[in-house]
Design a protein around this ligand. Structure first.
Ligand code: GLC
Length: 425
């Protein structure tokens, strides 16, 4: 009997050991479907090069849903995923919760030069309490895409102010609708999610507003912001150049596909849309131009700073291998390929001056200056709580349920409560 028990135990142990060996490195990755497929292929190359087996856990496109999925796993201290992509705005929360593995030793031991990355990005986002806890996979900023062919046909140059954009859109929309009744002047992200906050911040800052003052105090209900929100609503209801489903459905991919079908003159989106608009099967291939977002008369042209960072879970059971994959993803060679193939803009400065990049992506220098001047959303561990409040009230104003000033006053009040609760902790 004892012998049998021993046999069972030994077999059991061997099986567990076997499973351990079999265990694969897991990375959580989301984005547009074509981006996820590309990363899958890239990670396949990493597997071949290193012999490390990787499981890619697919996440949705929407940043809020992606965060929720990860938060559930991390709160439960699950070993998978070992590493993941994080939106720039979640990094402080993940770091403050103690979910990210410090990377300084790994970086030092493998000779990764932090000075090759944008200093501001590494210092403000990827370092927490003095420790390196992530590295940038790519940086993002909002851009204006326009139909070059249509602007030329009607004798316009790309708009520099919002007034110009409205004027051009109304005129061209009226003409094009004679043949295409689904055509709209301007598509942007207005659904109730993080992208709405990014769009609002751009409209607001271009009109002299913003979410905080120079001391970091919340200024959600300032007059410039109310004006910006009124303008966003006017785009839909008064000028009627943005579709009514702007506030129910329009996220990055819905907006991109709308424009790519040939149904819009202007589009606000992130740099990733460029490559997809130029794809072989894109109806707008060769007809698209890209510029800074307009400003209000005499105001600033601004973009919200976005981007995605890679971090390793504190609970990961394959940290060494996770670092190997992280290092691979942020290496100069892979960052160049991500720029060429996906239009993802590196968080590494050294890529922008590279001769091959200057030749292949002539707009890289302009993009670099956009990211360097882009406005960050408040860097707070509880930012997502503030953002949820903003999303709800901004969306209520767009849908007509609330007036812009009431909506922003209520948002300010609720956000102040959250702010003081967390500040006291
Ligand atoms: C993009 C940006 C990210 C932002 C998100 C909003 O993915 O990189 O920072 O939060 O869009 O939808």
């Amino acid at each position: 009997m004892n012998k049998i028990l021993l046999f069972v135990l030994v077999v059991g142990l061997l099986t567990v050991q076997g499973c351990k060996k079999e265990k694969r490195l897991t990375i959580a990755v989301g984005g547009a479907p074509s981006e996820v497929e590309y990363l899958e292929r890239l990670i396949g190359e990493f597997e071949k090069e290193t012999g490390i087996h990787v499981v890619l856990r697919r996440q949705p496109t929407d940043t809020d849903q992606r965060r929720q999925e990860l938060v559930i796993a991390l709160k439960a201290r699950e070993r998978d995923p070992d590493l993941f992509l994080m939106d720039v705005i979640w990094v402080p929360q993940f770091a403050a919760s103690g979910w990210l593995e410090p990377l300084d030793d790994y970086a030092r031991e493998s000779g990764v030069e932090l000075s090759s990355f944008f200093r501001g990005v590494v210092e403000n986002v990827d370092r927490y309490d003095g420790k390196l806890i992530a590295l940038p996979l790519y940086v993002d900023g909002g851009l204006l895409y326009y139909r070059k062919d249509l602007l030329e046909k009607f004798g316009f140059s790309p708009p520099s102010t919002w007034d110009e954009l409205v004027r051009q859109a109304r005129k061209i929309q009226k003409e094009v609708r004679k043949k295409n009744p689904s055509f709209y002047g301007f598509v942007w992200q207005g659904a109730q999610y993080e992208g709405l906050v990014c769009n609002f911040l751009e409209f607001a800052a271009s009109m002299g507003g913003g979410l905080t003052d120079s001391l970091g105090r919340l200024t959600i209900d300032r007059p410039e912001n109310i004006r910006a929100l009124q303008f966003m609503r006017d785009l839909i209801n008064r000028y009627r150049i943005s579709p009514p489903n702007t506030y129910t459905e329009m996220r990055e991919e819905e907006v991109r596909l709308f424009f790519q079908r040939g149904d819009a003159l202007f589009e606000r989106n992130w740099p990733y849309a460029w490559k997809l608009h130029q794809a072989d099967d894109s109806p707008v291939r060769g007809k698209v131009g890209m510029s800074l977002l307009p400003s209000s008369t005499g105001g600033r042209h601004v973009s919200t700073l976005g981007g995605w960072h890679v971090g390793i879970s504190r609970f990961a059971d394959r940290k060494k291998e996770a670092w190997e994959l992280l290092k691979f993803l942020v290496s100069k060679e892979i960052q160049k390929r991500l720029l060429f193939d996906l239009g993802w803009n590196p968080g590494r400065r050294d890529v922008y001056g590279d001769p091959e990049v200057l030749k292949e992506v002539p707009q890289a220098a302009v993009l670099q200056s956009i990211f360097e001047k882009a406005i960050p959303r408040p860097v707070l561990p509880f930012y997502t709580r503030i953002s949820e409040i903003l999303q709800k009230y901004l969306n209520s104003a767009l849908s007509g349920d609330m007036e812009p000033d009431d909506a922003l006053k209520s948002a300010q009040k609720e956000a102040e409560v959250v702010f003081s609760l967390y500040e006291k902790r």
